[in-house]
Design a protein around this ligand. Structure first.
Ligand code: NAP
Length: 250
């Protein structure tokens, strides 16, 4: 039955940035679809744990550094025995005019949004290959994977790069049955956009450009996140799917 292909029964997923926003919504969707979920967060994911129940396990780790990668993989294997899905959702943004932009704001964003994503994915892919049963990687990209934006140069660099690297990894690992894809959220009402939504002028400019006429929510991302984690997407490789209320088409 086609709907069975969308299920995640007994799959084990790692979702980074699980304490809030889009990551929290993805954890909830995966548990509802039958998966066991390891949420990685630098602050405790207590609210997510309460929403998800016993099939959720929280690993506390600061993804600024690569040092935490063995802990993330080790705790997942210890708790649930295998890994089937990795969602690279944790991400930060620093907003400032490019003319004033600091090295610190460049490096912190590139570390969390790109460098750790690459090396965590590499470590998980080694586990997928060891298990010999394929796997799914979903990288959370952005509208700024396609557009330049303003006042967020390191974020644009990281999100443009992640779309490219998604294709590289998909090309190299399709032969192992590993699907690497991305989701590019549009403008979503989370902590990431709090400052933007508080800026009346920017907020109304953005809203006026979204054909759907509203900011997105974590729930809006759940369908794409489940699809790309499930066997319904087994022949989808290297694609970044926009979930944006029509923003990119405008
Ligand atoms: P959010 O509410 O700010 O969530 C970001 C998540 O990443 C939080 O859980 C955050 O933890 C975590 N994180 C940040 N730095 C981390 C670190 N060093 N180690 C571990 N976890 C860390 O924003 P969101 O909107 O849900 O963002 C999720 C993803 O979607 C990000 O990659 C973002 O760039 C992307 N995105 C968002 C939008 C949007 O409109 N909201 C649009 C396009 C793309 P803390 O709570 O501890 O900071």
């Amino acid at each position: 039955m086609i709907l069975d292909k969308f299920g995640l029964k007994d799959k084990v997923a790692i979702v980074t940035g699980s304490n809030t926003g889009l990551g929290q919504g993805i954890c909830r969707a995966y548990v509802e679809a039958g998966a066991k979920v390891v949420g990685v967060s630098r602050r405790p994911s207590d609210e997510t744990a309460a929403q998800c129940g016993k099939n959720f396990h929280n690993v506390i780790a600061d993804l600024f550094s690569l040092d935490v990668i063995p802990t993330v993989i080790g705790e997942t294997l210890e708790k649930f025995g295998r890994i089937d899905v990795l969602v690279n959702n944790a991400g930060i943004i620093k907003r400032q005019e490019s003319i004033e932009f600091s090295e610190e704001d460049w490096d912190s964003v590139l570390n969390v949004n790109l460098k750790t994503v690459f090396f965590l994915t590499q470590a998980v892919a080694k586990q997928f290959i060891k298990q010999n049963s394929g796997g799914k990687v979903i990288n959370i990209a952005s509208m700024l994977s396609y557009q330049g934006g303003i006042r967020a140069p390191s974020y644009t660099a990281s999100k443009s790069a992640i779309k490219g690297v998604t294709m590289t990894l998909a090309n190299e690992w399709a032969k192992y049955g590993i699907n690497v894809n991305g989701i590019a959220p549009g403008y979503m009402a989370t902590n990431n956009t709090q400052n933007l939504r508080q800026d009346e002028e920017r907020s109304s400019d953005i809203l006026a450009r979204i054909p759907a006429g509203r900011w997105g929510t974590p729930e809006d991302l759940q369908g794409a996140a489940v699809f790309l984690a499930s066997s319904a997407s087994d022949y989808v490789n290297g694609f970044t799917l926009a979930v944006d209320g029509g923003w990119l088409g405008r």
